[in-house]
Design a protein around this ligand. Sequence first.
Ligand SMILES: N[C@@H](CCC(=O)N[C@@H](CS)C(=O)NCC(=O)O)C(=O)O
Length: 310
Amino acid sequence: MDLKKATAMKKDPQRNLDEDVNPQTTQKIRDHFVKSGERNQGTALMAGKPILHYFNSRGRMESIRWLLAAAGVEFEEKCIKTQKDLEKLKNDGVLMFQQVPMVEMDGMKLVQTRAILNYIASKYDLYGKDMKERVLIDMYAEGTADMNEMIVRYPFLPSGEKETSLAQIKEKARNCYFPAFEKVLKSHGQDYLVGNRLSRADIHLVELVYHVEELDSCIMISFPLLQALRTRISNLPTVKKFLQPGSQRKPFEDEKYVEELKKSFCTAAQKLYCRELTMRSLREWTQARDKLVSADPPSRNRYRCPVLIR
Ligand SMILES: N[C@@H](CCC(=O)N[C@@H](CS)C(=O)NCC(=O)O)C(=O)O
């Protein structure tokens, strides 16, 4: 174990794990810090924690929260509470495509969920040991992302569409995605999906399992190996902590939660819309009045502004 390197990292906060070419060395150093009770060696020693910019909901940010938490990385969240907050971020020019998730990390402002996840996985050695492992991890991660996309949308659907969507989610999980992952685990008999060691694929899959179970509590009965994986991953100290109440994990967006979220956004959006309407009607009224007044100047006093009256 390279204690010299570990000590150098501790002394130099800017030093990061991704400078270590050999993942085994990285793992050893990580183990060293874990053993010595100094978790989050890559971040706690760095200048700042990653800052996550998103709504107060799971959405597309939840996988990022899971991955950071599993890697033992502490992070901060700047919650977008209103349309105004979102507009401000957009106007500040920090959202490359005018969208969130956005993560401030290592001096960068990262957008696009997949790119962010790739970066975190690479940095914290959760992305396999070679190209072949990596492509498997990508395949599995993309599969879970497709399934997750349906789940992310589900709480925000109009009530008339929810039932169909829920049935689709259950059907896909039960007959396509979960059997596929069960088969992978059965094929090699190992503890993790790829390369017999923890990768982002395991974290994404277990996150998905938790989310699907919230929608269908019996679904796991037919998938014993997935259940075992879930238990294994849930018992990792970092994940265990994240699963406990009071962590940064976001709750399932039930109807009440969605209503609250919509209210804070609709109110701000409506205000903006109303202001625009008001300004437009004011402009139109002024133009009409000016036309009348130019034909009959003394009539100016007869026209009072309807917007101001209102
Ligand atoms: N491909 C992007 C999609 C991002 C996206 O659709 N973000 C939504 C929130 S989940 C957003 O920013 N919506 C606000 C807007 O477009 O004004 C990603 O994966 O990050």
